[in-house]
Design a protein around this ligand. Structure first.
Ligand code: ZN
Length: 407
């Protein structure tokens, strides 16, 4: 039974309406989503404008001007797109936003990250309806294509004068759900490194002991990478203070080579997906990887498909006035925060790399991490609580007194 009723909280109704817009790759309905968001913005009384990027995609900016618009602003970023679904594994249709009897709302994007978009909007609606005026301007940036790397979205947008002109002081972006009562706040991200190692060797008949084969070298390479994987996995499992963001993950994601069952091939290759925390010295790490390849023998070469070298983090302690303004209202609400390194990648990496501080936060505790998974859901209570939390956080961030260099 779907428990929609006339008495449903309008914020929940809006959330479910947004979930029904199919902004799913490979053909996200960005126009439909932008039309919806502009309508909501008008209803709340936010100014809206669209920036067309050179990629052909559009960024939507919704603004609530502060009483001191010359001060740096609070930027609330969220992506509009969602990842594809395997509908046959879902209990309810993934774009129906079904709400069950316990208030769980099922849809692609409930956690990642349509919840946050609506929470930002509803928090602003609340502050405005209370007649509040805050010193700093608050901008919502609604961006496309995060789920396929952000290359046609945020990565471009941070280089535009229109982004610089937002004069961002602090940017909030997505985080992750947390199964416990603790809320994770992400202050940095791991660097993705994707490497393919090509091994060449002597070919021959499959009936003989061929020396110097590509397979022998590939075996050595794979062993080295996977030994390191085990070491990092043990390090994570043996220390309860560490999270996935603190260790380097390694996965063998592709292996190829060979032409026939009875021919020893002259070439084989393996591809690895590594995610390196910002605490690792990347230069040393690079020479370590490359020595594993060299040690496997001659005719071993490698290429990087992705080798992020950017390790900027946003300080998560009270020496940072933005952290203080973010964490104080959370303390007052009795929320437990845990600053962490994000185990994967979000659009925040482009914001930080452009020199602006950013925190990743999705206020969903007591919630299993189901982003990109089947049956992604969020409980209505947790969703509504998130609006309350953002109301306090946004009001605190937009009230940070002028900082050094501001007046
Ligand atoms: Zn996301």
């Amino acid at each position: 039974m779907d428990t929609t009723s006339a008495t449903e909280n309008p914020a929940t109704g809006l959330f479910r309406e947004y979930l029904r817009i199919r902004t799913v790759h490979p053909e996200p309905d960005y126009d439909g989503a932008i039309e919806f968001l502009v309508r909501v913005a008008e209803d709340i009384g936010l100014e809206s404008r669209k920036i067309k990027l050179s990629s052909g995609l559009t960024i939507l900016i919704l603004s609530w001007w502060g009483t001191k618009p010359q001060l740096k602003s609070v930027v609330l970023n969220s992506h509009i797109d969602v990842v594809p679904v395997f509908e046959e594994f879902w209990t309810y249709p993934p774009f129906a936003a079904h709400k069950d009897e316990s208030g769980n709302i099922y849809a692609r994007g409930t956690q990642d990250m349509k919840c946050v978009t609506i929470q930002y909007l509803e928090a602003l609606r609340r502050l405005k309806s209370e007649g509040r005026r805050l010193p700093r301007t608050v901008h919502l940036t609604l961006v496309p294509d995060e789920e396929i790397g952000g290359h046609k979205g945020m990565e471009l947008f941070v280089k535009y004068p229109e982004f610089r002109n937002l004069n961002p002081g602090i940017t909030l972006d997505e985080g992750l759900a947390s199964p416990t009562e603790v809320f994770s706040v992400f202050y940095g991200e791991k660097c993705p490194w994707w490497i393919t190692v090509h091994c060449r060797g002597d070919p021959g008949h499959g009936s003989r002991f061929i020396e110097n084969s590509a397979a022998t070298k590939l075996h050595l390479v794979i062993s080295k990478f996977l030994e390191f994987r085990e070491k990092e996995k043990k390090r994570l499992e043996s220390n309860p203070n560490l999270t996935l963001g603190d260790v380097t993950t390694v996965n063998l994601t592709r292996a190829s080579g060979g032409v026939s069952c009875n021919v020893v091939p002259s070439e084989m290759s393996a591809t690895f997906d590594l995610r390196v925390p910002p605490t690792v010295n990347l230069k040393e790490f690079e020479s370590q990887l490359e020595s594993w390849c060299r040690d496997a023998g001659s005719q071993v070469t490698w290429e990087y498909h992705q080798k992020c070298m950017d390790q900027v983090v946003t300080t998560p302690d009270d020496s940072n006035p933005w952290w203080k303004a973010f964490s104080n209202p959370c303390k007052e609400l009795g929320l437990k925060l845990k600053p962490e390194i994000f185990p994967a990648a979000t659009d925040s990496r482009y914001v930080r790399a452009a020199g602006y501080p950013a925190f990743g936060f999705s206020p969903m505790n007591h919630t299993p991490i189901l982003l990109h998974d089947h049956d992604e859901y969020l409980n209505e209570e947790v969703f509504l609580q998130g609006i309350h939390i953002y109301t306090r956080i946004i009001s605190s961030l937009a009230s940070v007194p002028p900082l050094d260099g501001e007046q």
